[in-house]
Write a protein that binds this ligand. Structure first.
Ligand SMILES: C[S@@+](CC[C@H](N)C(=O)[O-])C[C@H]1O[C@@H](n2cnc3c(N)ncnc32)[C@H](O)[C@@H]1O
Length: 225
């Protein structure tokens, strides 16, 4: 099953009906950077937007902003359009340029909750930076050992509350990046960045992960032009 189809399993879709759409569902490491970057009238790109929950989160703090969400799963985007009719949503392919955006630049680009769950994470950072006018926020799972990105070594099941076999057997890579390599990859894929900051904490790996690592640094990176 493709990554896009895995995200469209009914139990996964319904999980995101309720998840991550209010400020109290934003992680402290995300809010640490986000809270100071909210400006009336700003334009935001959310890569891997699911059902557009961040449109509601931003709306708790801003009365006027432009939000564009892109996602590889068409059903997530259909639900996002229904839930947030005032905002813009597009389905994108995982491994190609985001042509729907043309050459547009955004004040804030968010890539949250996806880079540790797909093979092409380095290219996704580079593509997101290409649309960053001011600030790119992204998160990675890190540790001090070797980078793990082979699905046979480190994987994530799509359980999300459903416990039947199909969900357990549908697996994405669970990418855990060596911390020094994380810095190198962030720098390499954001050429010309003026300032790179990160903030995170040690956390047990996700209960849905099958990986030899017990604890990861969940790091949010903020890259500014
Ligand atoms: C865990 S959810 C994250 C949702 C949201 N960004 C958040 O932080 O709550 C993952 C979403 O990202 C989408 N996704 C996964 N890989 C992607 C990729 N390479 N490009 C765009 N969207 C992706 C999935 O379809 C799914 O809707």
């Amino acid at each position: 099953m493709s990554n896009a189809d895995a995200w469209g399993l009914p139990g996964v879709l319904s999980f995101f009906d309720a998840a991550r759409s209010t400020v109290d569902q934003v992680y402290p490491s995300e809010w640490f950077f986000l809270r100071d970057r909210l400006r009336r009238g700003m334009n935001v790109l959310d890569v891997g937007c699911a059902q557009g929950g961040f449109a509601a989160i931003l709306g708790e703090h801003l009365d006027h902003f432009h939000y564009t969400g892109i996602d590889i799963n068409a059903e997530m985007i259909a639900k996002a359009r229904q839930r947030h009719p005032g905002h813009e949503f597009h389905v994108v392919a995982e491994d190609t340029e985001w042509q729907c955006l043309g050459g547009r630049q955004f004040d804030l680009v968010m890539v949250l909750g996806i880079l540790h769950l797909h093979e092409g994470w380095r290219d996704t950072i580079a593509r997101a930076w290409g649309h960053t006018g001011s600030c790119l926020m992204l998160d990675l799972r890190e540790h001090q050992g070797q980078t793990l990105e082979d699905k046979t070594m480190s994987s994530f099941s799509m359980c999300f509350g459903a416990d039947d076999d199909l969900y357990e057997q549908t697996r994405l890579p669970y990418v855990i990046v060596n911390s020094a390599e994380a810095l190198a990859e962030v720098r390499r894929n954001t050429p010309g960045a003026g300032r790179v900051s990160h903030y995170g904490y040690l956390h047990p790996v996700s209960a849905a992960a099958r990986t030899p690592v017990a604890e990861v640094m969940t790091n949010v990176w903020c890259v500014e032009r």
